[in-house]
Design a binder for this molecule. Sequence first.
Ligand code: SF4
Ligand code: SF4
Ligand code: SF4
Length: 358
Amino acid sequence: MNHDIFIKKVRLNCFRESKVPGEFLLQMRCPGGMVDADMLDIVKHISKTWGDGNFHFGTRQTFDICRIKYEDIPAVNKYLKQYIEEVEIEECGVNMASIAGEPAEWDPESGYPTIGARNISACIGDYHCVCADVNTFELARKIEPLIFPSHYHIKINISGCPNDCNKAHFCDFGIIGCAKMEYHPERCIGCGLCAKICKSHATRVLQLNEATGKIEKDPCCCVGCGECTRHCPTSAWTRKSTKFYKVIIGGRTGRQTPRAGKMFLNWATEETIIAVLSNWQKFSAWVMDYKPEYLHGGHLIDRAGYKKFKELMLDGVTLNPECLVAEDVYWHETEYRSNYNVKELSTHHHAGPTEEKK
Ligand code: SF4
Ligand code: SF4
Ligand code: SF4
């Protein structure tokens, strides 16, 4: 069957073209990578009715259903209504009748309206993981209405602790849970285990004072991972109740200039994170001159420059008193395009003295 397909429009609807003309992959959002298991019935029905019976876990924790025929997309969208209502509207409080925070018409049987804001991915966090400092998917659900629906592109990864299993360092806006620790010397038996663990698993900021039998801490470099609390046999280390986060910006993979992100905020509370991300649409619109195109958040930060990014993202935000903000950011990128590091020195332009000057 011949098709005359406007691919861009189909992509905006969260259907991605495949190598087979006329066949598409549907990406179902799953903010924070957690949904009620009942939602799998919907995934199964779509896959068995219109797909090839399988689904793939997308790299951003979407349910991806392959081999959907172009002519079946309207029927799939109609059926998707209950999934979108349950996951986006009820769980996350998303206003589907909006785009980038502005009112926009949305037919509930027309599927997803935009693909710009990618699914927010998260590790399982303190819902299960013994290392976790925070609840990751609850935060994802609070952030979802701030970034979706929107044509501005952003990838947000959330990790529940500084182990960063979910690669917050390699996305546009990475969020990493952390905690402040409290020492209870009266409970400490001087076994030294916390110092040993911090040395081998974290940042070497604890030391056992042999004379006093108590622990001394250099607080400057503690990353708030909580390994000391996890291993202390007497609960002499506990986490303080306030949840904190680090924000890592501008990381990415990709063909041209992959790079690890850099820290923008440290010890930010959830309220601060929400307030900062509330400025994301405004920042993106400013950088793109109000004309969204396919350019990810990290590139927008590059275009604006860190100082402008900081100014717009912190506009009107009251930071919690513990929050630290990067004065400046110095990027380091892998130079795939220039091959600068893998070329022989003699082939570099302007590298080293010229023959005449030797
Ligand atoms: S990042 Fe931390 S909380 Fe999340 S899975 Fe890894 S160890 Fe657990
Ligand atoms: S692990 Fe606990 S008991 Fe042992 S030295 Fe550290 S704080 Fe004290
Ligand atoms: S929270 Fe982590 S880095 Fe800080 S003292 Fe404990 S083990 Fe070390």
